[in-house]
Ligand binder design. Sequence first.
Ligand code: ZN
Length: 409
Amino acid sequence: MRLNLQPIAASGFTTARHYRTGEPLHVRWENHQLTLVTPGYEEACDDQWIAPGLFDLQVNGYAGIDFQNDHALSREALLHVVRTLRSDGCHRFLLTLITTEWPSLLHRLRRFREIIHADPELHAAIPGWHIEGPFISAEPGYIGAHCPECARDANPQDIRDLKNLVGNDPLLLTLAPERSGSLDTIREAVRNGFIVSFGHTNATRDQLEAAHQAGASAFTHLGNGCPQLLDRHDNLLWRVLDKPRLHTGIIADGIHVSPQLFRIMHRLLPDPLVWWTTDAMAAASAEPGTYTIGKTSVTVGTDGIVRHPTTGGFAGSSLTPIEAIRRGSQMLDRPWRECWDFLSTNPAKIMGLTSDLQPGFPSGFQLLRHASVNEYTPVPCVSPIASHLGMARPSKRSVKKPQPAALME
Ligand SMILES: [Zn+2]
């Protein structure tokens, strides 16, 4: 899919169909904020659609920038990420920090927060945080591309350290409940307003149940953060899907989770419980080559797959949010309009944030043209993120990535 990269009009008006209802809407915006949404005329739509901006709960890096490295710690680097993501349909995301030494993770978080809170455009696009680790399993396979030496048990003081840093920012914490001290940690996290999600875990059924009772409510990229080979009688997937009550994240690229498993998960999980993510790293929306995730160098081939240098396992993705919508709807054979919420309103709800097409709402909005059932092209992207800055859409090389083999069924 090619994105139609055009300068953002700071103010304007148009008529477009609501992505869910198909109802014609006349919309106006000023300084990239919706100011009016009223019923429009059918004839004026010209097959143009309007939807809230996408919201990704896991972005580890993007467009050449790796959040796990110090080069990301500048306003310019973050603006580059924010604007490139917006050009890929994503108006908000959780900046994700993965397993490393705890003091250095806290230090990086503090620096990011200072930069982001000082800039309205950054703050609107990055409303909160995803802390994935270090309280995860160090077992081979479950650790994924994280640093095994840095994985460790959690305790409530770690949560208080986080809270002192982030204040009331929304925060998603991914942990493995089989680690010692996790129940007290989960209770403290929930008490402080954090959303606790399981991930990189081999927890037993009882451990999952106890942690769920303690307040954990989500699962991070189910089907990943686990070994390639699993026991056919009892494994983490069966344990989670046997009681589908968690807000379940899935990487919707057709690679991390096969199209077959993707469809099965969707049959078992109610739509409102599913959220899609890119789990994007620095290679997303960039050329193939060598990138980093923290201390690890990874290679990204022309197939767009991010591979760990020694294990050959996946290490984040190069998926863009708009491509996730296209691939996900293709895998499910459902119209993109039915899938849009998986990567917009559903993740926003998990974090207690709003996402809707209303004047003044922070979700931003996206105009799209509908070519066929699962084919569409974003048209001039407008968002409150840009605020009054009047900035232009960044130029971006058009990289045509080949279809992943996993989608060629
Ligand atoms: Zn992960």
